[in-house]
Design a binder for this molecule. Structure first.
Ligand code: GLU
Length: 486
């Protein structure tokens, strides 16, 4: 299929880190939205010039994160580690054209010489030494002495970088390895990128890229892309998200049971607001409304609470069948057939899981959760021989509540004889708790704890019916003997 004339070409260019960082996912999303909106091409490029970073296992997490979010690339992944010949060719050209010079200064030399300089960075010591290129020389770019480079940024306006403050930066290390700033520009040129949409942390390197760009234009002029530098993501202390303090891997959120649609929707709000200040916005609307011009400049708060709330809304909108499907990896994972959360298997033996019982409970559970990983602890009592008792709640609501024994005892008597369906069980329970001088919502606590192990959860009477009279009575008797034993 031919591309429409003038179709934009954008790229997402992560360095391989082993996982997809949420900030990078937001960058990828803004590129993807822009490409979808303008019928453009979304290119993936892996910036793995660093040798130790070029292992393919470090790329898998990025690919699967993108795919989970529904943002598979239209083109690529290109890998910089496969393009070293091309970079060597460009270096040759820049050398011949006089833009590069060899430098044999060590980092220590430079530091010692420049310690008291007003402008930090390299002092141009080797500029006129006319050293030959060799195995121990780096290649530096000769930046102009006067004037300035202006980055025309769609979000930030014109940002000016005076050349006097720009050092002669390294383009090729003494090992012969091209640096990011060079490979990045060569790739953007070769893949005809029209819009560079990336994090604001890269703005300071942009003027260097522009100098290389115009040096290469001398032989082969390539239209300069437009630039848009996106605000950084920050945590509640307004600090840049950090791997040590914050959960930054997209896969962490996937594992906890965030829905891809909800997560993608939330990412779109980080630095941009859909018209009308709505927060829950479907992907077609995002694509239609997204404009780089409307992206904010200020850091964007990655608010996990808001994300969680939004996820709950998405979960409640699923049909029961969709919900059951979505939650399957947490309740009945089939790692050999698909993805399963790294947080582990559910607490019950696989063969004890009962699809039908779960399907009955599903709508009750769906109303009450914000993330899918909450589900196992809400239904585990149905598939375990013994409920997992919340000991603190037990001691407050059962052991130390004088009414609890009476309620348990009368519930046993009542449940031995009542009809076994949710309405009858509820009526019998109401009579029991009212006799004990309390109401249904408070008085059911000992029964709930005895049967489910927890003080809170979905409505109680459906699960009692599902568990069956015999099992419910057994659990109540065992709870009663535990309180009586104290
Ligand atoms: N590889 C760079 C990074 O991961 C991004 C480069 C770019 O988007 O131009 O920070």
């Amino acid at each position: 299929m031919g591309l429409p004339v003038g179709a934009p070409r954008v790229r997402f260019a992560p360095s391989p880190t082993g996982y997809l960082h949420v900030g990078n996912a937001r960058t990828a999303l803004f590129n993807w939205l822009f490409a979808r909106k303008h019928n453009g091409v979304f290119v993936l490029r892996i910036e793995d010039t660093d040798e130790e970073r070029s292992r393919s296992s470090l790329v898998d997490g990025i690919l699967s994160g993108l795919s989970w979010l529904g943002m598979d690339p239209d083109e690529g992944p290109y890998r910089q580690s496969e393009r070293t010949d091309r970079y060597a060719e460009v270096v040759e050209q820049l050398w011949e054209d006089g833009y590069l010079y060899a430098c044999d200064c060590s980092r220590e030399d430079v530091l010692a010489r420049t310690r008291n300089n007003p402008t930090p960075g390299y002092d141009g010591y080797c500029r006129e030494r006319e050293l030959e290129r060799g195995p121990r020389t780096a290649l530096r770019f000769r930046t102009p002495d006067t004037g300035s480079t202006v980055v025309h940024d769609i979000i930030r306006g014109d940002v000016e970088f005076p050349h006097a403050a720009m050092e002669d930066f390294v383009c090729v290390k003494s090992t012969g390895q091209p640096l990011f700033v060079l490979a990045n520009v060569v790739d953007d040129r070769d893949t005809k990128i029209t819009h560079v949409i990336r994090g604001e942390d890269l703005l300071p390197t942009t003027p260097k890229g522009l100098l290389i760009w115009s040096a290469l234009d001398e032989r082969d002029s390539v239209p300069l892309p437009a630039f848009a530098h996106l605000p950084m993501l920050v945590n509640e202390q307004r600090k840049k998200l950090s791997k040590r303090r914050d959960q930054v891997a997209v896969e962490y959120y996937r594992d906890r049971g965030f829905l891809a649609e909800a997560f993608r929707n939330y990412l779109a709000l980080l630095g941009w607001s859909p018209p009308g200040d709505r927060e829950k916005v479907d992907v077609e609307t995002l694509i239609r409304e997204f404009r780089l011009e409307d992206v904010h400049r200020a850091g964007a708060f990655f608010d996990v609470k808001k994300l969680t709330h939004l996820n709950g809304e998405y979960i409640r909108e699923l049909s029961t069948a969709e919900f059951i499907d979505a939650v399957r990896p947490w309740v009945a994972p089939e790692p050999e057939r698909g993805w399963a959360p790294a947080t582990g298997t559910p607490p019950w033996p696989a063969e004890r899981f009962d699809e039908q019982i779960f399907a009955e409970m599903a709508p009750l559970v769906q109303e009450r959760i914000s993330v899918l990983s909450e589900v196992p602890s809400m239904v585990d009592f149905l598939f375990l021989d013994e409920p997992v008792i919340d000991e603190q709640a037990w001691s407050e609501r059962v052991a130390r509540d004088p009414r609890a024994q009476q309620i348990l005892r009368s519930a046993i008597e009542a449940y031995e004889h009542c009809d076994w369906d949710r309405t009858a069980i509820q009526a019998a329970t109401r009579a029991v708790v009212e006799m004990a001088g309390t109401n249904l919502s408070k008085g059911q606590a000992p029964i709930r704890l005895a049967v489910t192990g927890r003080a809170v959860g979905p409505p109680l009477f459906e699960p009692l019916e599902l568990l069956g009279r015999t099992e419910v009575l057994r659990r109540l008797r065992s709870a009663l003997s535990r309180v009586e034993a104290v």
